[in-house]
Ligand binder design. Structure first.
Ligand code: FE2
Length: 458
């Protein structure tokens, strides 16, 4: 059904409430809602929208929608909205009966204001979540967000581990033992997959004592499975949880779970990508057996140097991933050149020199992070600016590329090839020291000397 058909129905029959999608053929949800309101402004219209279209939800509320619901939604969400809308209608009726129109307008305005605030919060939270990559950060963020928005002193996010619930992210709770799942109220929440509010006087699931304020439990649902729970209690204002507050907490939790699902998908895709690229590296190494395991050793040594320098985690992650791939561009170098024993002609060397750019071109369409690409592209730059492919100089060369350059050279020198025997550790170290400040960054060379490899420990 589309907007025009909906309008036709509204003009013939009576409806207590209308749910409409935003995107519909012929007449969209917003236009449909406006037309309905022209016919009968008292019918509440609830707009159905996707998280990515929260701006549309805001605009729909401003245009008079009674509420909005985000996809995907459950029967429980619908029930929640129905009860809220019915409550509002009752309110209007009771005021209308008293003839107090100003009070009606004031109440509706404050309801609308609250709703707009809620949408605004959700909208900001949604943007914030999209920027968080780590699951643990999503968990701690949702805990602090709920504590603030629901004005509660205690929140715990517990994850199901084996047969118990481990609270990993908490506010206002100093220490929680692992809670056994069996026989607890959480078992009911798993069964119903919906939230539950424990009343004052009921048993506190943590302490076992009678509750002196309400206790809200919301399940974290991922791929239709309960992954854990949010336990929320001790409202600072001493009141019960309002419907709006529960609704807000549910929507935030839902949004956070969607984000976790996306992360899981991303991780699977990312790992597949890494495996594919590692296979590519193996094909390069299989062609050029002398560099076998070279990438692995270079990555390991680069990480040791990065540790000495105190690189940021993001830089170490880039080395861990792209270190394996730094020579992936060699896949584009002909066998006759790549496998040539002995010296290369100038022309052949020019061909070899293309491998960082070929590598960059291989990984760039895969949406890799910029740091990884920089490492692959610039691992043959020289500190004095005489390297390739871009002739970058000094600190213009990304630090991780300056690091890998030292590790790469050390490993190449000490590896035996058919046309030359690898040099011993002492000679390699001497050569690296000699090239400090010309080929290599002296800071990186110093850091390399402090690693166990540099000290001759392995
Ligand atoms: Fe290389």
């Amino acid at each position: 059904m589309d907007g025009l058909e909906g309008l036709e129905k509204v003009s013939h029959d009576e409806y207590d409430i209308i749910f409409t999608d935003i995107k519909m053929p012929r007449m969209g949800g917003l236009e449909f809602m406006q037309e309905v309101r022209k016919q009968n402004p008292m019918i509440p219209v609830v707009v159905i929208t996707a998280y990515s279209y929260l701006e549309t939800a805001i605009s729909a509320m401003k245009q008079g929608a009674a509420d909005f619901i985000t996809k995907p939604f459950t029967f429980n969400d619908i029930r929640h909205i129905l009860s809220k809308v019915i409550r509002e209608r009752e309110l209007i009726k009771s005021f209308a009966g008293n003839g107090n129109k100003d009070a009606v307008v004031e109440t509706l305005n404050s309801e609308l204001y609250k709703k707009l605030q809620e949408i605004n919060t959700l909208f900001n939270f949604s943007i914030e979540l999209d920027e968080i990559k780590e699951n643990s950060s999503i968990f701690s963020r949702i805990v602090s967000m709920i504590a603030r928005l629901l004005k509660v002193k205690r929140v715990a996010l517990g994850l199901l581990e084996g047969g118990s619930i481990e609270s990993r992210y908490t506010i206002g709770i100093a220490h929680i033992e692992k809670l056994p799942l069996k026989g607890s109220i959480y078992e009911d929440v798993i069964g119903s997959k919906t939230y539950i509010v424990l009343e004052v006087g009921q048993k506190n699931p943590f302490s076992g004592y009678p509750l002196d304020s309400e206790f809200l439990i919301i399940p974290l649902i991922l791929n239709n499975e309960v992954l854990g729970f949010l336990s929320i209690t001790d409202k600072t204002d001493g009141y019960k949880f309002a419907d709006e507050e529960i609704n807000l907490a549910l929507t935030l939790t839902h949004k956070a779970c969607l984000r976790l699902e996306n992360n899981a998908l991303y991780e699977i895709t990312y790992n597949n990508l890494i495996n594919t690229l590692k296979t590519l590296i193996l094909t390069v190494e299989a062609r050029d057996s002398y560099t076998k395991q070279h990438s692995e050793r270079v990555t390991k040594l680069s990480l040791e140097i990065a540790d000495e320098i105190g690189c940021a985690q993001a830089e170490k992650d880039a080395i861990r991933f792209a270190g394996y791939l730094h020579d992936i561009g060699k896949i584009g170098v002909r066998d006759i050149v790549l496998l040539k024993p002995g010296g290369l002609t100038d022309e052949e060397f020019e061909e070899i020199k293309k491998h960082p750019v070929i590598g960059d071109n291989i990984v760039s369409p895969l949406g890799l992070f910029p740091l990884e690409r920089l490492l692959i592209r610039h691992h043959h730059e020289r500190f004095d600016g005489h390297g390739y492919p871009d002739g970058l100089q000094g600190e213009d060369i990304p630090l991780i590329a300056r690091i890998l350059s030292v590790a790469d050279t050390y490993d190449s020198m000490t590896t035996t090839r058919p046309y030359r025997k690898g040099v011993n550790h002492k000679t390699a170290i001497g050569e690296i020291k000699r090239c400090s400040s010309s080929q290599f960054d002296p800071v990186v060379v110093d850091a390399f000397m402090s690693t166990s490899t540099g000290r001759g420990g392995s």
